[in-house]
Design a protein around this ligand. Sequence first.
Ligand code: NAP
Length: 477
Amino acid sequence: MRVAVIGAGMSGILAAIKLRERGDEVVVHEKAATLGGTWRDNTYPGLSCDVPSHVYAYSFELKGDWTKRFSPGAEIQAYFEGVARRYGVTDVIRFNSEVVRAVHEGGRWRLHTKDGRDDTADAVIAATGVLHVPAYPDIAGLEDFGGACFHSARWDHSVPLDGRRIGVIGTGSTAIQIVPALADRAKELVLFQRTAQWVLPLANPAYSEDEKAMYLRSPEALRQSYDFWAKRFVDTFAEAVIGNEAELAKIEAACRANLEDNVRDPELRRRLTPDYRAACKRLIMSEEFYPAMQKPGVRLVTDGIERVEAAGVRTKDGRLHALDMLVLATGFDGHAFLRPMEVVGEGGRTLAEAWSHANEAYRSVAVPGFPNFFMLVGPNSPIGNFSVIQISELQIAYIQQLLDLVRDGRCSAIAPTAAASQRFNSALREAMKGTVWVTGCRSWYLDRNGNPALWPWSFDRFRAEMRSPDLADFALL
Ligand code: NAP
């Protein structure tokens, strides 16, 4: 079977490895000149992963010598490059090959790329990521700014930082990593906060040489560490967000204590205090943010942005904050999924038409009417505060079982039925009512209908649902 994978980030590399293990012919179309997805695109100062290193790795390629408990971004990028090379995936990636259209015709998928080339495949796996399309803020005058201005995921490393007046818009996980990294370098650092965040203090110690040597020597110890962190996240965050009030109360108390213990000035504390429940937005983990906000030259601005001018940012109180450079840490469109690619399924129906009301997939991995078309980390995957790599691994194992039916000749294509997909999605919507994400905050989790694009059930349920497909929910073609 020939399978086209779209995207050479974490999920695409994984898919290529696993499909090739089954003997499939694989081509990975990657729109950029290099692999790595998120870890290629994001290079901002302070970038690191807030999922522990030992669990933020493929389960079959654990790495013993991460330098810190939470890895710096560059180390993660190097890890993916290394794994892709070792498994021969780099050789099957077509770089600079942006798929603009995928059409199901004559029982196969025909892919058209931006550079005018065609490819055909028996199956397609879209591994195009979730937080991939930068969200630019709708702020008047942004284009008038006289200094350097860029999105956090498009960092311009030619722009000097030392001794400059730097503005950062946003207070998400990204901004909270950027601020401590720039606090000692900038002459002035101004953080424009629209909404305060709950911040959980998580220490990020470096692994000692002895620890690294021990993990390199002992796959058993490394596996235990993987299991420990995976379980810890599942037992705490994953439970707290779906209605386990006791777990949520613990997280809330830890965040509140962090704020009270580590922000001395009562006025600054008041302005940094959120007015919504912890974990309603994605929880932020940092021991460095509050200390950074109290350094000389660092200012928190909460007055609201009126407009951007050539000289800086003018806030609603009329004040001009003069700046040399402006960072837009304003996040991503978490609902863009495969867009702007056009995907055309059975009967000429496009995915845009199928998703005109909402991004709805069957168990996050497939869509009725799109045979042999699968997604990794698709809509309503259990992303949040745990390792998306684990999620992707469970999804590809599930997809493999579906593709086995094609490989074994039991059918030539497979897709979920519309009825099964509707059942799944109405159960999802119902279950969302019990989650913390709908308790009254704005976040990238919520789609345009106000529904979170997440998994409202336990991680164990996800694992169980991904164990083996229920073939009654599928049409075998
Ligand atoms: P984000 O969480 O969506 O935060 C965007 C920020 O920009 C918010 O504070 C938002 O304010 C603000 N904003 C947006 N438009 C604005 C406007 N017009 N005026 C003023 N403020 C505006 O984005 P992110 O920080 O890039 O993080 C996105 C996700 O990436 C995270 O939730 C996480 O899943 C992932 N991430 C992970 C890590 C990691 O270590 N694993 C690191 C970075 C990012 P409001 O809150 O008021 O909307």
